[in-house]
Design a protein around this ligand. Structure first.
Ligand code: NAD
Ligand code: MG
Length: 383
């Protein structure tokens, strides 16, 4: 029986993780659930899965959650600091890190320092402070198993290959809803259009990141830390069908790919079950329905976020932390219809140029860089 703590249980990844657990009740026990503001869903999940503890980050919702769970012995915590407090519990084995954005870093780091297994969906944790997180994971023997579909694919391709160096990895990208579009079209794109992803149903932030290709840039940085790669070993190819989830090429030129329908439940289940593969009844892939799998070069000129992320990947230090912070502010403003689609890139680019570069930041310097970048980006947007 694995005891699971789901941080961000009310989101797209969190609810799908609970879908996986619901049909594998003999293998997994839910120990912790956390939510930002969605108290109603958190309470419903708690009543169904009877965790030891829940956290509602929005403190104004505490009384509501507490009284809804009054007839149970579930402990209720509130506030941001409670996330770290609960991540420090001895009573769980595996954390599903499914909070979105920089907010996921502190609780995930706490779990790493406790030597927990981390099923990592929250890519921003590695984008912001990948060197420190991976170093601590090594020190505290905390396995990090990726949930991001591309990284899960690479992880799966690497099983049994520990003695064989990787020559390069190829991250596939769907291209998002605006594949093939040019700036004259993108300038008029609105929130609702950007939120319609062709292949995946995900939270709002990552859906916008997929439309701007920032998501693929963040994933390049995530891959660098997870698989200990040099920037030039990481390639991106557009593959609109999202059937090949990513590939690894070894030194003999052989390429391994992991394939299937785009369904996040599979990488979530793989991370939860690892090293076992759990039997399921998900639809099986039918090659006859996909006679054409296609591949093309990303349009770096139009989707400039990808180039900015590569710049951060190559620069190292606090560059990716700054890129991430500016992007979070810009995407939030875009979702509120405060700025246009192409302004997201402008905000990120200007913020990256303005914030002082630090080659080897301490954890505190990462937090400071994040705060500085957020403030700077907010002044650009005139928030
Ligand atoms: P989401 O917006 O659907 O859910 C986010 C979750 O985090 C919610 O439970 C919310 O309550 C919580 N949360 C939000 N802000 C918070 C804060 N400030 N403090 C504490 N909790 C907070 O997001 P998602 O799509 O599930 O994505 C979660 C993470 O997984 C992201 O890092 C994303 O990049 C990554 N990811 C998601 C998918 C996907 O298919 N959705 C795929 C790959 C990777
Ligand atoms: Mg992904």
């Amino acid at each position: 029986m694995k005891r699971v703590a789901i941080f961000g249980s009310t989101g797209s990844i969190g609810t799908q993780a609970l879908d996986v657990i619901r049909v594998n009740r003999s293998l997994f026990e839910v120990e912790v659930l956390t939510a930002h503001t969605n108290d109603e869903l958190l309470v419903a999940q708690a009543l169904e899965f009877s965790p030891n503890a829940v956290v509602i980050v929005d403190e104004s919702k505490y009384t509501k959650v507490k009284s809804a769970l009054a007839s149970t012995d579930i402990k209720v915590f509130a506030g941001e600091a409670a996330l770290e407090e609960v991540a420090d519990f001895d009573t769980y084995d595996i954390m599903i890190a499914a909070i979105v954005g920089f907010a996921g870093l502190k609780p995930t780091l706490k779990a790493v320092q406790k030597g927990k297994v981390i099923a990592l969906a929250n890519k921003e944790t590695l984008v912001v402070a990948g060197d420190i997180v991976m170093q601590k994971a090594l020190e505290h023997k905390a396995p990090i198993i990726p949930v991001d579909s591309e990284h899960s694919a690479i992880f799966q391709c690497l099983v049994g290959e520990s003695r064989n160096p990787v020559e390069r990895i190829i991250l596939t990208a769907s291209g998002g809803p605006f594949l093939g579009k040019k700036p004259n079209f993108l300038v008029n794109v609105k929130r609702d259009h950007a939120l319609q992803h062709p292949n995946w149903s995900m939270g709002a932030k990552i859906t916008v990141d997929s439309a701007t290709l920032m998501n693929k840039g963040l994933e390049m940085i995530e891959a660098k830390w997870l698989f200990n790669l040099r920037p030039e070993q990481i390639e991106v190819i557009i593959h609109p069908q999202s059937v090949i989830h990513s590939m690894v090429q070894f030194e003999d030129g052989s390429i391994k790919a992991q394939m299937g329908y785009p369904d996040m439940k599979l990488p979530i289940q793989y991370a939860l079950g690892f090293p076992e593969r759990l039997k399921n009844d998900f639809p099986r892939f039918n090659f006859r329905k996909y006679p054409n799998l296609s591949f093309e070069e990303p349009d770096y000129k139009t989707f400039r976020n990808l180039g900015l992320a590569i710049e951060a990947l190559q620069a190292g230090g606090n560059k990716a932390c700054v890129l991430n912070a500016a992007n979070e502010i810009a995407v939030w403003a875009f979702l509120k219809n405060r700025i246009g689609f192409l302004d997201i890139t402008a905000v990120v680019e200007k913020t990256m140029a303005a914030i002082k570069y630090i080659a080897r930041p301490s954890l505190q310097e990462y937090f400071d860089s994040d705060a500085e970048a957020r403030n700077f980006a907010a002044t650009l947007i005139k928030l």
